[in-house]
Design a protein around this ligand. Structure first.
Ligand SMILES: *Cc1c(COP(=O)(O)O)cnc(C)c1O
Length: 393
């Protein structure tokens, strides 16, 4: 690429520079074509926007506040603000996407919803949206994850979803995603597949980014004085894109994505995709992923199940390449320490995923005049047993 600056957004073919696209089997074409040709018209229509905004306001509890964290600011000798996605109904940003996509599914006359889930957060958000709309819900989840995320499995079942344990491969998120895609091929007419992050074939990365962009839309109107930095954790990358979206073309705002380094970049137990990965196709998208020389996907590791993914959304791969966003990583230890610090300074227990964003505060020298906005993507109730077992002090 020899252009000095490349666009930060999607092009007409569904690519971000060399990343993105839809590398799908023939049998998935009708589903993807239907979605591709209709998603923008549907979600930009006045009726959709009215319904979506109303749900976000009265059901999710948006706009989520921006909180000036005074004691944490004092600790780091700078000004720190938190975007409180942890206060959303169901405890994280994922509900924004699930509700947007279920409205889209209704406009496409779909009656059955499928989803993949790792930690169970996206499964819970999707099962919640389905209960709300009275739609049938099937969630694919790796058998290992079903085992270690029992409370979320119970929540999904109480919400009326059918949870199908996936026994193939490593029995985790990547295998659940493969299984969901297989289901969709078999049931193209009545089923919509709600992907949980800015990953998968075009148009999903752009669709999910647009639905999550409500986060940065709110930040713009809630912070009349612009932030100098916006920090978000990156798994697939949906809360980060949501927080960055309306700032991508404002070069004066520094954007930072924090990946999970797991036990360390050089430990072989890591999920730092952009730091260590290279280009390839994962889940029908050209992106950056952790793979061996002969193209086998490497099993990632992170203490936080929501960041434990071997790929990353193609828009992030592009924003890494054109350097608009700075990508860094934080280890399990650093994340847990940051979570304890936030909890004891501010009385807010973050999700383990979000704790990675806070860990970056330790890695940079801050100026007293900086205005650092951290996207607090979710709450930590689900992670209490990990926190108590792992207490680094
Ligand atoms: C799922 C999850 C993430 C990771 O997903 P992204 O698509 O990268 O946002 C981050 N934080 C929380 C609280 C989550 O539940």
């Amino acid at each position: 690429m020899n252009k000095e600056k490349t666009s930060n957004h999607i092009d007409n073919e569904g690519f971000y520079g060399e990343f993105g696209g839809a590398f799908i089997p023939e049998m998935l074409h009708p589903n993807i074509e239907e979605l591709k040709s209709s998603y923008i018209n549907i979600i930009e229509a006045e009726e959709f926007q009215k319904e979506f905004k109303e749900l976000l306001r009265n059901y999710v509890g948006r706009p989520t506040p921006i909180y000036h964290a005074k004691r944490l600011s004092e600790h780091y000798q700078t000004q720190i603000f938190l975007k409180r996605e942890d206060l959303c109904h169901t405890g994280a940003h994922k509900i924004n996407n699930a509700l947007g996509q279920i409205l889209l599914a209704q406009k496409l006359n779909k009656t059955r919803i499928i989803a993949e889930t790792g930690a169970g957060q996206h499964g819970v958000a999707t099962a919640t949206a389905c209960a709300l709309m009275g739609m049938k819900c099937v969630v694919y989840m790796g058998a290992v994850d079903v085992e270690r995320q029992a409370p979320n499995v119970a929540r999904m079942k109480m919400l009326g979803a059918e949870v199908i344990p996936v026994e193939s491969g490593s029995k985790t998120l990547k295998d659940a995603t493969n299984e969901a895609i297989r289901d969709w091929i078999t049931n193209p007419r009545d089923t919509h597949y709600i992907i949980g992050s800015v990953v998968g074939p075009h148009p999903y990365p752009d669709l999910v980014a647009r639905l999550q962009s409500v986060i940065s839309e709110e930040i713009m109107s809630q912070m009349p004085e612009e932030p100098s930095h916006i920090i978000a954790c990156v798994g697939g990358g949906s809360n980060a894109i949501g927080a960055f979206y309306h700032f991508l073309d404002k070069e004066q705002v520094e954007l930072i994505g924090v990946e999970a380094a797991g036990k360390g970049i050089h430990s072989n137990e890591t999920a730092a995709t952009l730091t260590l990965g290279n280009t390839g196709v994962l889940h029908a998208s050209m992106t950056t992923l952790l793979q061996t020389k002969d193209g086998q996907v490497i099993e990632p590791h992170s203490i936080s199940a929501g960041l434990d993914y071997p790929g990353i959304g193609p828009q992030h791969a592009h924003l890494h390449q054109n350097k608009r966003v700075k990508y860094v990583s934080a280890t399990d230890d650093e994340a847990v320490k940051a979570a304890f610090l936030l909890t004891q300074k501010e009385g807010i227990i973050p999700a383990l995923e979000s704790a990675h964003a806070f860990a970056y505060l330790e890695q940079q020298k801050w100026k007293s005049t900086d205005r650092v906005l951290i996207n607090l993507s979710g709450r930590g109730d689900k992670d209490l047993s990990t926190y108590t077992k792992y207490n680094p002090y």
